[in-house]
Design a protein around this ligand. Structure first.
Ligand SMILES: *Cc1c(COP(=O)(O)O)cnc(C)c1O
Length: 367
């Protein structure tokens, strides 16, 4: 038997949301609705689909590793220099590349338990210790992160808005926090859902990058741009951090159709606005209707809601799956009594509410 690196011994497999195919096979269904992985219910922008298809005849060619067209389109859209941008095969790969470039055994990273699990998994993979300063539904004070700083701290991971709870930190809170973090500690701010945030005080930190060279803003084409299946993400930071990440980046990780589709998606303002509008109205609908059924929903700035179901939460998720509705059971996030629901199309949201109501009635009959 070949020995793995010792770091691998403690690493468990990532638990993704269940797929439509899986559920249809398992329960013998013809179709299912998936509100489990925060995908865009509108699908990819028609412009992105067209750009993707146009690449079909060129698939024998290697992509350009430095993706000049996409990088300039991102730079132009967000008003940053091209040397402040890096791409990845999904923003998951950006997290991994940060690990590769900056973490080593003995280092410490700070984060929380009830968030995207890739941060702690990446710390584990590179032998760094992941220090969790909070767990549960509540929004932790940023001071908790500061109190956990030690000379060994290399990175702080904050998801804003947070997956799966939906809370956010305001611009003022984060600027105040960033002032207090030592410059040799990377602040990895995951903004995968930033485009959905409508709160007026939700941070716009791109203009502050020059002030905080240790700040990295992680973004993705998987959520609002509806390109999760293509695997493409991007990040903004100082030229120093970006250069370090390019050094560890596999040369052809961002594929040719992904580059083309992402470039087209960036400019489809109509699709973006439609996606935001659908999310905002859907979140309101779901929150009100879950409340009517007696379940509390956390306030959200993202394209999902976190619903507290109670001790028979697992039973509900199984009932929903049997009926062709996939939501995310949050046990693996440390919330065994809650589910995360991606805001879907109006008819999908309605179907979910109808099913939850039916389940509730069946539970009461059984008593
Ligand atoms: C979905 C998500 C991402 C995006 O991952 P990709 O690899 O870009 O698909 C990143 N961070 C968080 C918190 C997410 O929920």
């Amino acid at each position: 038997m070949i020995e793995t690196r010792p770091e691998l011994k403690n690493i468990s497999d990532y638990v993704p949301g269940k797929s439509i195919e899986e559920i249809c096979e398992q329960y013998g269904l013809k179709s299912a609705v998936k509100l489990a992985s925060n995908e865009n219910p509108l699908g990819p922008s028609p412009k992105a689909q067209k750009a993707f298809c146009e690449m079909a005849s060129q698939l024998h060619l290697y992509p350009r590793g430095n993706a000049p067209h996409l990088i300039s389109a991102i730079a132009k859209k967000f008003g940053v220099n091209t040397n402040q941008i890096v791409l990845g095969n999904g923003s998951d790969e950006i997290i991994d590349m940060v690990g590769k470039a900056f973490l080593q055994p003995g280092d410490e990273c700070i984060g929380i338990r009830t968030t995207f699990s890739v941060y702690s998994a990446t710390a584990d993979l590179y032998g760094a210790k992941f220090i969790s300063v909070a767990a549960g539904e509540e929004r932790p004070a940023l001071d908790l992160y500061l109190q956990a700083l030690t000379p060994k701290t290399r990175a702080i991971f904050i998801c804003n808005p947070n997956n799966p709870t939906g809370f956010y930190y305001s611009e003022k809170e984060l600027l105040d926090f960033l002032q207090k973090v030592p410059q040799n500690v990377l602040v990895f701010l995951d903004e995968a859902y930033s485009e959905f945030a409508t709160a007026p005080d939700y941070p716009k930190l791109i203009s502050k990058l020059a002030e905080f060279p240790n700040l990295l803003l992680n973004r993705t084409f998987s959520k609002i741009y509806g390109l999760a299946g293509l695997r493409i993400g991007y990040a903004f930071s100082s030229p120093e951090i970006i250069a370090a990440i390019w050094k560890v980046k596999p040369p052809f990780d961002v594929n040719l159709p992904a580059q083309a589709a992402a470039t087209a998606a960036l400019s489809d303002e109509n699709h973006i606005q439609q996606s935001i509008a659908l999310t905002v109205s859907g979140a309101q609908f779901l929150t009100e209707n879950f409340a009517k059924l007696g379940f509390s929903v956390l306030p959200t700035q993202a394209n999902f809601i976190c619903v507290h179901i109670g001790e028979n939460c697992k039973q509900l998720t199984e009932f929903l799956e049997r009926n062709g509705m996939i939501v995310r059971y949050l046990k693996s996030f440390g919330l065994p009594e809650s589910i995360r629901v991606t805001i879907g199309k109006p008819e999908e949201n309605q179907l979910l509410i109808d099913l939850v109501q039916k389940w509730k009635e069946e539970c009461q009959l059984a008593k």
